[in-house]
Design a protein. Structure first.
Length: 84
């Protein structure tokens, strides 16, 4: 069981987004993980609980993603990551 848990932590985060852009390529694995959870409909608080982070830390990661993608809100970021 411990080995299975360790393998899951070592695995790269699964992306819900089909296409990538040069800006999206700069996202860290943790930023991808957070954006995937938000794209799946999770709230900031639910995302924080699932990843054992504070909601403030999740918000900081989202803010960093917005800057990297040069967008103003989460919905725009998700559209960029989906390639829309």
């Amino acid at each position: 069981m411990v080995m299975r848990i360790m393998d899951e932590f070592r695995a790269a985060p699964k992306r819900r987004f089909g296409r990538s852009s040069p800006a999206a390529d700069r996202l860290s694995p943790r930023e991808w993980e957070i954006m995937n959870l938000l794209a799946a409909g999770r709230t900031t608080e639910e995302t924080a609980a699932e990843l054992f982070l504070s909601p403030t830390t999740v918000r900081v990661h989202v803010s960093t993603v917005l800057k990297k993608l040069r967008v103003k809100d989460r919905e725009s970021a998700l559209r960029v990551l989906r390639g829309e």
